[in-house]
Design a protein around this ligand. Structure first.
Ligand SMILES: [Zn+2]
Length: 239
């Protein structure tokens, strides 16, 4: 417990909260920029089981922001690099490695064993796949995204909150996003914070709101979200 000493005395955590964190299982899809800080935060906090899904290899252009990886690792699998670093950081938790490209064919079985899912991917298609699977499996999903100096996170609790498709429809196109380390790491850390608040059972206004970060103005804004009763993904889901 020495390892968690500095968080055990936080009133919102305590021994009971630490036990909940230790029993939690969280899947992070994407071990890139949006995954890096989140995975370190979850491992540092002592989340009992962390799943990591990734199929990509490390490119030099990743290294302006993807702290999980090293220059030496360029060309090797992000999954191996992430596991090596995270196991060295906290060897007392369980890591599950999923070397797959997430699709509609595998997403439901992938997310099934986990309490909640963090979407730390770089494309809309995979975000939609995870949204569909999490709504169907009634699994909380935290989705983060960045573009240049801006970023946002959305917490999706199927049947209770707006899902990704309520917010964006089903046909949002992919645009290559520029990525700046402080912005992407802020969003990544906030996803871990949202996940841990959920694990701790703490009140979390993100259930109704999208959190938007403006890295140019250094400001946060919350935008009220409403479920779309005609949403093709969650419209028919009962609360
Ligand atoms: Zn929806």
């Amino acid at each position: 417990m020495e390892r968690y000493l500095r968080q055990l005395n936080i009133p919102q955590i305590g021994d009971e909260g630490q036990r909940k964190i230790g029993e939690a299982s969280i899947l992070v899809v994407g071990a890139g920029g949006l995954g890096s800080a989140a995975l370190f935060c979850l491992a540092g906090a002592g989340v009992g089981t962390i799943g990591i899904a990734d199929f990509d290899t490390i490119a030099e252009s990743n290294l302006n922001r993807q702290f999980l990886h090293t220059t030496e690792g360029i060309g090797t699998d992000k999954l191996d690099s992430a596991l090596e670093r995270l196991k060295a950081f906290n060897p007392f938790i369980k890591f599950n490695a999923h070397r797959i490209k997430v699709s509609d064919d595998n997403a439901e079985s992938l997310i099934e064993p986990y309490d909640l899912v963090i979407s730390a991917v770089d494309n809309m298609d995979t975000r939609y796949v995870l949204n569909r699977a999490c709504v169907k499996g009634r699994k909380p999903l935290i989705n983060g995204g960045v573009s240049g100096m801006y970023g946002s996170i959305q917490l999706i609790e199927p049947g209770k909150t707006a899902c990704l498709s309520c917010l964006l429809g089903e046909n949002q196109k992919q645009t290559a996003a520029n990525s700046f380390a402080p912005v992407v790491s802020t969003i990544s850390s906030l996803m871990a914070q949202a996940a841990l608040l959920l694990v701790l059972g703490q009140p979390n206004s993100l259930k109704e709101e999208l959190l938007f970060f403006d890295g140019e103005k250094m400001s946060f804004e919350k935008i009220l979200l409403r479920r779309d009763p005609k949403c093709p993904v969650c419209g028919k889901l009962k609360t």
